[in-house]
Design a binder for this molecule. Structure first.
Ligand code: 8YV
Length: 314
C-alpha cells in the first residue's frame, strides 16, 4: 500500500522529520519556492498536514488538499489553523497539550525573574568589563511576595500559579468564569485584576475570541510599577497600546515571548530598555520538543490505524 503523503508546513528539530519519513511520504512545504505548483503536484496524495503552534494552516491551503484527513499541530495553540474549514470537511485536528505545560510556565517565571532582578542587564554589565570602574549596578526589584495576576487560568496558567506559590506571591486570575476548585482570587474584570497586580501574566489561548483583549485601559490599571508578561500570543494584546505604555512608562516594563508578526516583529521593541525579549521559546527545550513531536506523530499514526486520536482538538 502506498504510504500516506504528509505535508510538513515548517521545519522541526533534527531527527523529527526523519521519524515522519520512516512512515510517510513527506512533502516539505516550507522549502517549496513555487507553492501553488508544489501543491498541484502533491495534493492528490496528501492525507495529513504536520504543522506547528506558531504556523498557519489557512482555509485556502485546506481547500487545496482534497484528500486531507488530519492536521497534527506540534504545539498547544490552535489559532493558526482554520478550524471551521477543517470541521466543515470533517478533517480531524490534534494538538500537543500537557507535554509543554511545565516548560511554558517556566518561561513565564524566567521572564519575571529576569525583569525583576535585571538578569540580561547584569550579564551585559559583567561582560562589558566596566564593573570595576563603574561599581555596582543600580538596585533591582524583589519578585517574591509580590501580587501576580494571571490572565486565563488554564493548564499553563495553573502551572504558573503553582510556581508563583513557591515564590510566596499573592495569586489572582481573570477568566471566563470563577474556578471554585482553585484557591486563587477571581476577578471578573480584567482591569480590576490589573489594578490589583504587580505582575500581569498572559497565559490565555490566542484566536478571534481573545484578540486584543489586553487594552490600553488594562495597562493604565496595571500602572507605573506594574510589569506585563506575555507567554500566550501577540494577538491577545493591543500591541500599539503595549508599545506606547512601555515607551511612556505607563507600566514599569514587560517580559515578552510572543509578538504580532513573528519573527518580523515591530522594531520599536528593540529599543525598550524596560523589557526582556525572548524569541517564542516557551516550549523550546530538547525534552519538551521531543515529547511534542512524538505526540504529534502518535496522533497521526492513531488516525491512520483507525484508532481515536490521543489529544484531539474538539
Ligand atoms: C509552538 C506554541 O508550538 O504550543 C504552542 O502553541 O506556540 C509553541 O509551543 C512552537 O513554536 C513550535 O514551533
Amino acid at each position: 500500500m502506498t504510504r500516506p503523503g504528509v505535508l510538513v508546513i515548517g521545519p522541526y528539530p533534527p531527527g523529527d522529520i526523519e521519524q515522519l519519513e520512516a512512515h510517510y511520504n513527506v512533502h516539505r512545504y516550507w522549502e517549496a519556492t513555487d507553492k501553488p505548483a508544489f501543491l498541484a503536484l502533491h495534493a492528490p496524495s496528501i492525507r495529513a498536514i504536520a504543522s506547528r503552534g506558531d504556523l498557519a494552516v489557512p482555509g485556502d491551503l485546506i481547500a487545496a488538499l482534497p484528500k486531507l484527513e488530519i492536521i497534527g499541530i506540534y504545539g498547544v495553540g490552535t489559532d493558526g489553523v482554520d478550524l471551521a474549514a477543517a470541521r466543515a470537511r470533517s478533517i480531524k485536528v490534534s494538538n500537543t497539550p500537557d507535554v509543554l505545560t511545565g516548560e511554558t510556565a517556566d518561561i513565564a517565571l524566567a521572564l519575571m525573574l529576569a525583569h525583576a532582578r535585571q538578569v540580561p542587564k547584569g550579564d551585559a554589565y559583567v561582560r562589558s568589563g566596566t564593573w570595576a570602574e563603574k561599581g555596582n549596578m543600580p538596585l533591582a526589584t524583589r519578585l517574591h511576595g509580590k501580587r501576580v495576576g494571571i490572565i486565563g487560568l488554564g493548564r499553563i496558567g495553573k502551572a504558573v500559579a503553582r510556581r508563583c506559590t513557591g515564590f510566596d506571591m499573592r495569586i489572582a486570575y481573570y477568566g471566563r468564569a470563577t474556578q471554585v476548585d482553585q484557591p486563587y482570587t477571581y476577578f471578573s474584570s480584567l482591569t480590576d485584576l490589573a489594578a490589583n497586580s504587580d505582575y500581569l501574566v498572559a497565559t490565555l489561548s490566542g484566536g478571534a475570541a481573545t484578540a486584543k483583549l489586553i487594552t490600553a485601559d488594562v495597562f493604565r490599571a496595571l500602572g507605573p510599577m506594574g510589569v506585563f508578561i506575555n507567554i500566550a500570543r501577540g494577538s491577545v494584546v493591543d500591541e500599539s497600546a503595549l508599545l506606547e505604555a512601555l515607551e511612556q512608562g505607563t507600566i514599569a516594563g514587560s517580559g515578552l515571548d510572543v509578538y504580532l508578526n513573528e519573527p518580523k516583529i515591530d522594531p520599536r521593541f528593540y529599543a525598550l530598555e524596560n523589557t526582556v525579549l525572548m524569541p517564542h521559546v516557551g516550549s523550546a527545550t530538547v525534552e519538551t520538543r521531543r515529547a511534542m513531536a512524538q505526540l504529534m506523530r502518535d496522533n497521526i499514526a492513531a488516525h491512520f490505524a483507525g484508532r481515536p486520536l490521543l489529544t484531539p482538538v474538539e
